[in-house]
Design a protein around this ligand. Structure first.
Ligand SMILES: O=C(O)CCC(=O)C(=O)O
Length: 308
């Protein structure tokens, strides 16, 4: 398949403006902690992304980094294929991200995840990861209640998870404002709620058609689930947060800067100086300039998160 780098926001504002967050979508996200975006990926993009994920997974299997019948995850892949880089400023999803978080944002983390059918001898319920909020120690070291939002993820579901039992992403709608306790003593992994096989009453599987994106607040309690189907689940997760948050994976992105416009570079973490992440100059945040130019200075559209 041929690699195709799309033009970014600076060249094609008209691709983004039809996808601004609506008040209904904002309210749904604020109240429930998630938002579905059906058809976020065109069929062509989805096929390209599946091809890319398959290529990466097959290489990992060949080198022993992935094991047959086991789930596999990988980060720091943005340079692997233009299709993966194109998702950084995707017209159908990025306007929702800036509509929620504002303009002082970047991609702090991305991971791909392949979940093959459970091995034939797997026990019922086996394979649950524990429920968690994203960002590990943030949930222990931030002293406010509720915990602050800080970031969100966009999950892209490449394969058909329209029915439960297919390794679906699970969420607890509305749980983003619940500061359930996390074990504070563990330092070696993300703190997670100590549940294993139990599915809480308020949990639901995200059942969506291939090509759907799901935005979720990092505080939303969520989990993977076992894949009892015959299909391999393939998904990509892109995490956006404020520019003063540190990257969560290696994020080897500087070599990509010369293939990107200024807004894509901002989204990849470029800054004129470290203090520009806290006190940005105009050159640090070209997304802000774009929003003002294209949307005016209406605070609900262009100027960042609304605080009640
Ligand atoms: O793969 C999934 O369904 C869940 C992903 C997840 O837990 C995460 O991105 O934090």
């Amino acid at each position: 398949m041929k690699e195709l780098l799309t033009m970014g926001m600076e060249a094609s504002p008209e691709k983004y403006l039809p996808h601004l967050i609506t008040e209904e979508e904002r309210t749904h996200f604020e109240e429930n902690g998630y938002l579905y975006i059906p058809n976020a990926l065109s069929t062509e993009m989805r096929e390209q992304l599946i091809h890319t994920v398959d290529t990466s997974y097959n290489k990992a299997l060949a080198t022993g980094r992935a094991k047959p019948d086991s789930q596999w995850g990988w980060s720091d892949f943005l340079g692997a294929d233009a299709a993966l880089l194109n998702l950084v400023d995707l017209p159908t999803t990025l306007p929702k991200v800036w509509g929620i978080l504002g303009w002082n944002i970047y991609l702090y983390h991305a991971h791909m995840h392949v979940k093959p059918p459970a091995a034939p001898d797997a026990e019922e319920g086996e394979g649950w990861l524990e429920w968690h909020q994203d960002s590990g120690r943030v949930n222990i070291e931030m002293e406010t209640h509720p915990r602050p939002r800080l970031s969100l993820k966009v999950g892209y579901f490449l394969t058909d998870v329209s029915e439960p039992g297919r390794g679906n992403f699970y969420i607890r709608p509305g749980s983003h404002l619940s500061d359930m306790s996390v074990p504070e003593s563990e330092i070696s992994r993300d703190p997670r709620e100590a549940t294993a096989d139990d599915v809480p009453d308020d949990a639901m599987p995200v059942c969506v058609e291939p090509g759907t994106a799901v935005l979720f607040d990092r505080r939303l309690w969520h989990s993977r689930s076992p894949n009892n189907s015959e299909m391999t689940r393939k998904a990509l997760f892109y995490g956006y947060g404020y520019r003063w948050i540190r990257p969560k994976d290696e994020m080897t992105v500087e070599p990509l800067y010369d293939r990107c416009d200024a807004i894509r570079r901002q989204l990849l973490g470029a800054a004129t100086r470290n203090n520009g992440r806290y006190v940005p100059a105009e050159e640090d945040v070209p997304l802000r300039g774009w929003l003002i130019e294209n949307l005016g200075d209406d605070p609900t559209l262009a100027m960042g998160p609304r605080h009640a």
